[in-house]
Design a protein around this ligand. Structure first.
Ligand code: MN
Length: 295
């Protein structure tokens, strides 16, 4: 091993995993560069590379949370994707995550378009169905992603939360929402186990939302579509929507959620393709904050 080198194909603070027999409990970071159903600005396939590269910009001590990132985490590389075919990609994500869970590793996925979250949900469901039915899904996004289908597709970035809701988790809490289609909005309002907070709710009463999150007493899974932030902070996303939340608000939300019993996290929809793009830096910050608070 070389002591003074770094590997930008891996997340900055991750450990190499050479032999599966040596694995210790912790977190497994992986990418899924799939973006075949992206409808507006393409490029989420670059997310995993861009977010990892951006992670080298951070220092090991997290000043805001007064802690360093020391929790055990491996970067296992990227799941193979079948461009243009979500179904086989879904199977490969689900199989990979199921292996991780069997090894005592919690998934941290870098997307890819939001569709890929379905694969992680499938794995958690297959791992322990009762656990899945007791799970609270925390969904940060500009969009509900609750359409039944989008452009004829059942599995799409715009339907991902609908498919997850159909698998019957205990609850879904959506935060930062500011864009919708009427049918999905009706669906959200019809279901008591879906709660949503708009961008204005975050702006006007973040404390109330944080209190609500603190009260969660089930395991959680966190899915962050980075377009929850305003396009001023994250210009390189598939579907930008104005009047988003800001990184201070996101950091406070992640701060509360990281103290919860979480089975995993994903950060999706990063389509940065240049070094130092603010979108990938903000996305890497979410993973960095989360892991710092898992010590
Ligand atoms: Mn979105």
């Amino acid at each position: 091993m070389f002591f003074y080198t770094e590997n930008m194909t891996k997340f900055a603070f991750s450990t190499e995993l050479y032999n599966q027999d040596d694995v210790e409990e912790g977190y497994a970071i992986f990418g899924v560069g799939f973006d075949s159903t992206t409808s507006y600005k393409s490029g989420a396939r670059y997310g995993p590379k861009a977010v990892r590269e951006a992670s080298y910009n951070f220092e090991t001590y997290n000043l805001h949370f007064d802690t360093s990132l020391t929790v055990n985490n491996y970067d296992i590389g990227d799941v193979n994707v079948n461009y243009g075919d979500y179904e086989t990609t879904h199977m490969m994500i689900a199989d990979t995550v199921l292996s991780l869970l069997d090894m005592g590793l919690k998934p941290i996925m870098i997307g890819g378009e939001h569709t890929v979250t379905n694969g992680v949900m499938q794995a958690i469901y297959d791992y322990d169905e009762d656990y899945f039915h007791n799970l609270t899904i925390i969904h940060l996004d500009a969009h509900f992603d609750m359409r039944d289908e989008y452009l004829g597709e059942k599995y799409s970035h715009a339907t991902v939360l609908r498919r997850i809701h159909e698998m019957n988790p205990k609850e879904i809490i959506q935060i930062g929402i500011r864009s919708a289609e009427e049918e999905e909005f009706k669906y959200v309002k019809q279901h008591e186990n879906i709660t949503y907070y708009t961008n204005y709710d975050v702006k006007n009463d973040l404390k109330n939302i944080l209190k609500r999150l603190e009260k969660i007493d089930t395991p959680i899974y966190i899915t962050v579509d980075i377009d929850v932030l305003d396009p001023a902070y994250v210009p390189s996303v598939g579907t930008p929507a104005p009047c988003g939340i800001n990184p201070y608000e996101l950091e406070q939300i992640i701060g509360v959620l990281s103290k919860k019993d979480s089975i995993g996290l994903d950060v999706v929809e990063v389509s940065s393709n240049t070094i130092g793009d603010s979108t990938s830096i903000n996305a890497a910050q979410v993973i960095y904050d989360y892991l710092c608070l898992k010590n």
